[in-house]
Design a binder for this molecule. Structure first.
Ligand code: ZN
Length: 297
């Protein structure tokens, strides 16, 4: 990690040719919802973009092969980027919880051989499961043992939005209270609830206040749409649990920062959200090297 980093974007979706090919059919519907096509961006271009802004980015993969039939991008692809651009990227692996023992084995490989730091983005609604289903407990147990951070999509779904029947996606799987149960049962497992979790904003704020292994990322929403209680609690009760994230390329860091600047976050809270909370979660030390075990704040 460079010493002059000003922010860590905890939530980005690389858009290399390989990643876009894996997104497959979903790409078309997403482009329609977010009113933007995704051109391919190489890891080199993405690293340069973040370096120019003195930012690091957590690059996310996902594996939802069981429900979509689409083969995921290889986790090695993201691990290579982390190795090639260590000042810019931290890589999380794509794991399909439905794959059972194969999922646990892949998680272990991603940790032991590829040096990846977490799992995500997991999307229970798109992948049709409850995160607290006991069938997946061996996976969360292994993630906890390995110190792998887990990032779940929560709340409103981009997938299927604005289509008849929401393309079959159901909100019952997007409620963060499922994740509260996982956090309770695996207290050493660090869990990021991605996005303002609307329509369960109050629930996730209570979870982050109650459990120090729950973190909230601010990705996927233009800041001007953040619910008022999210800003208010970030300023008061949980300034150490909130993380900057964009969902790049859906929202880009410049656009996000502009919206963030316009909101009434306290000056002393801003650097915590942008940088210090993520440093603590990821166990990073300025000027290179890991600071050791992840310490919940
Ligand atoms: Zn995302």
């Amino acid at each position: 990690m460079q010493s002059d980093i000003v922010a860590i974007d905890i939530h980005t979706h690389p858009s290399t040719e390989i990643m876009l090919a894996a997104v497959g059919k979903r790409r078309e519907a997403m482009a329609k919802y977010f009113k933007r096509e995704r051109p391919a961006v190489s890891f080199e271009q993405m690293a340069q973009y973040y370096a120019e802004r003195k930012m690091m980015a957590v690059i996310l993969n996902n594996d939802d092969e069981t429900t979509t039939g689409l083969a995921p991008a290889p986790n090695d692809h993201l691990a290579d980027a982390q190795r090639d651009f260590p000042d810019q990227f931290i890589a999380f692996c794509g794991i399909d919880p439905h794959k059972g023992k194969k999922a646990v084995d892949e998680l272990r490989r991603c940790h032991d051989e590829l040096g990846m730091r977490g799992i995500g983005e997991l999307n229970p609604a798109r992948q049709k499961y409850h995160a607290n289903d006991p069938a997946f407990y061996p996976l969360w147990e292994e993630a906890q043992r390995l110190g792998m951070i887990v990032l779940f999509h929560t709340g409103m779904l981009g997938s299927g939005a604005g289509t008849p029947g929401g393309m079959g996606f159901k909100f019952k799987y997007a409620n963060p209270l499922d994740i509260d149960e996982v956090a309770a049962d695996f207290p050493e497992l660090q869990i990021i609830c991605a996005h303002p979790s609307w329509p369960w904003q109050s629930e996730v704020l209570a979870m982050a206040r109650h459990k120090t292994n729950i973190w909230i990322d601010l990705s996927g929403w233009a800041p001007k749409y953040f619910p008022a209680e999210l800003v208010q609690q970030a300023n008061s009760l949980i300034p150490d649990r909130i993380l900057f994230g964009t969902d790049w390329p859906v929202i880009d860091p410049d656009q996000w920062m502009e919206g963030f600047a316009a909101l009434p976050f306290k000056d002393e809270v801003r650097p915590r959200i942008l940088l210090h909370n993520a440093i603590r979660l990821l166990g990073l030390a300025p000027n290179g090297g890991a600071a050791g075990a992840v310490t919940p704040g």
